[in-house]
Ligand binder design. Structure first.
Ligand SMILES: [Zn+2]
Length: 293
């Protein structure tokens, strides 16, 4: 998972879709006030009339690069991918998939869902079917997949004005930098550094589904390509081979390559080792008298 910088498009189809979303959101709020329930239309949040889902959320270009916003795998042609509601649009369950109950009168009732965010682009992410679907991990039997789960610290918001106070435990790559919540090394295993990192790892199964092996392969590949690039630069500065390798490595920096989080860490580690090596050459250790003799 990496931070995704999403600048809202200004294209006519996006603007039209946003207008439609705002109208439909007002309709949902009115419907909920009357009926205490809402019917959410997939065609609205997918922007079906304008092809928003494919054109913006699953395009091969920035900012999502055809990848799942959670696990960073490419969403391949054999799966259509899902438009994910970071805050669930209807039913809400906790990390153990138990329904979230909120105060109502003298008692409690199931959380109605963050229906007012159902058509809000800041709540939408392109994700893969594996991250979205509640399923048993084949290797460990652990239940993984987002589904309707949304763990928070403390109490849940049930109205727009309460959102600022809510403390989600699931990381939102549109707003938070996962690098602050995970450590990763050549093993490809994500080591959570915060409760948010732990919850996100467990909800999405980020250390299951063969993802650590996939990240380890990226780490190794990037490490080798970085060394090859340095070699190529030494032999011939700015050579075709060096430029080609730079181009490949740049895809991890931009976030275009799958599993860029692992690739970026490999680049940081390799750069640090190179810097340490160069510092050692610049400042050779003093020879003692015995070795001079
Ligand atoms: Zn995924």
């Amino acid at each position: 998972m990496i931070r995704i910088h999403f600048l809202e498009p200004t294209t006519p189809d996006w603007v039209k879709w946003r207008e439609k979303c705002e109208q439909e959101t007002q309709a949902l709020i009115s419907e909920f006030a009357k009926e205490k329930t809402v019917s959410i239309k997939g065609s609205v949040y997918k922007g079906s009339s304008w092809g928003i889902k494919d054109k913006y959320y699953f395009a091969l270009s920035a900012p999502f690069y055809g990848k799942c916003a959670y696990c960073e795998q490419k969403v391949h042609g054999n799966q259509c991918g899902d438009i994910e509601h970071y805050r669930p649009k209807a039913e809400v369950t906790d990390i153990d998939n138990n329904p979230v109950l909120v105060a109502a009168g003298a008692g409690t009732e199931p959380h109605p869902g963050y229906f007012w965010l159902a058509y809000d682009h800041s709540n939408l992410l392109p994700i893969c079917n594996q991250c979205n679907t509640r399923q048993k991990d084949k290797g460990t039997g652990a239940m993984i997949g987002k589904g309707t789960r949304f763990p928070v610290r403390g109490s849940y918001a049930t109205a727009p004005e309460e959102l600022d106070e809510e403390q989600p435990l699931l990381l939102n790559p549109l707003k938070q930098d996962p690098d602050s919540h995970f450590r990763i090394d050549e093993t490809g295993v994500l080591v959570a550094q915060t409760p948010e990192g732990e919850a996100t790892r467990d909800v999405l199964g980020l250390n299951l589904r063969d993802l650590p092996n996939d990240r380890a392969r990226v780490y190794e590949d990037v490490t080798m390509k970085f060394a090859a690039m340095i070699d190529a630069e030494i032999v011939e500065k700015g050579s075709e081979r060096s430029l080609k390798l730079r181009g490949i490595l740049a895809r991890y920096v931009s976030g275009e390559a799958p599993l860029s989080m692992a690739g970026r860490q490999a680049l940081r580690d390799a750069s640090n080792r190179t810097a340490t090596l160069l510092a050692g050459i610049a400042k050779p250790p003093a020879l003692d008298d015995e070795s001079i003799a």
